[in-house]
Design a protein around this ligand. Structure first.
Ligand code: HEM
Ligand code: HEM
Length: 180
């Protein structure tokens, strides 16, 4: 049986990681840009674009999971750790699929011009401000959960690597040239 996740899974995992950092960093930094400035627009458009790409990548990753069996952890982890890992992964998928959907649908219903990758996006012919505000309120309420989930996920990976010294993290690392 394979020792690592499939190459496409590894590539998409680390690409998602970079985009998640971008989505959080751009929205946290927006406070430093003057309202209406080009820097402010650049930050928010990058936030929207990174977020929309995360949605596509998370769906692609779910598809890849149906095609590739996860490689075993050696030595095997206790059942409770496997249970916590499955729960965390499920919550990560649920959150990083819901957040972009909430954000995108809110922008659509708001009726104001908005962009992805600098391209103007469609808006509802009849805006629904209440629903748009409700959706973005949920987006803003749920988004901080991501810090905790990814924090827990990353600490667990490092704990496995440095303290338990198993292959959990190595399974998700790109292959070195001589390993191929
Ligand atoms: C996984 C992807 C995403 C993450 C992790 C994320 C995260 C966040 C965070 C942390 C905030 C700030 C919450 C606060 O200040 O309390 C925020 C705000 C916001 N996000 Fe996202 N977001 C994502 C995707 C999107 C997408 C795809 C859109 C829309 C196309 C979007 C639109 C917004 C808007 C409009 C705000 C409020 C900005 C403001 O009023 O200052 N987000 N997001
Ligand atoms: C420093 C950051 C990160 C590290 C060290 C890390 C490490 C890992 C490792 C070692 C695995 C395999 C775990 C196992 O099979 O039990 C894994 C799987 C996974 N990671 Fe991460 N990760 C990081 C960031 C992220 C981010 C930002 C996301 C998503 C937004 C993410 C989502 C996932 C998911 C959903 C899985 C389950 C396997 C899959 O479906 O592809 N990770 N990660």
């Amino acid at each position: 049986m394979r020792e690592k996740f499939a190459g496409a899974q590894i590539a998409l995992h680390w690409l998602t990681f970079l985009l998640v950092v971008t989505a959080y960093a751009t929205i946290e930094l927006r406070g430093f840009a003057a309202r209406g400035s080009w820097q402010g627009y650049a930050l928010i458009i990058t936030h929207f674009s990174a977020g929309a790409t995360i949605l596509v990548l998370m769906i692609a990753r779910l598809f890849l999971r149906t095609r590739h069996r996860s490689p075993p952890i050696i030595p095997a982890a206790p059942r409770w750790q496997t249970g916590v890992a499955h729960l965390t992964h499920t919550l990560i998928y649920a959150l990083f699929i819901s957040l972009p959907i909430l954000g995108l649908s809110s922008r659509y219903l708001k009726g104001r011009e908005w962009w992805l990758f600098g391209i103007s996006m469609p808006v509802a012919a009849e805006p629904n401000f209440d629903l748009a505000d409700w959706l973005i309120d949920w987006h803003e309420t749920l988004a901080p959960l991501g810090y905790w989930l990814i924090g827990l996920h990353a600490v667990a990976a490092l704990f496995h690597h440095y303290l338990l010294k198993d292959n959990t993290l190595l399974r998700m690392m790109p292959a070195r040239r001589r390993d191929r």
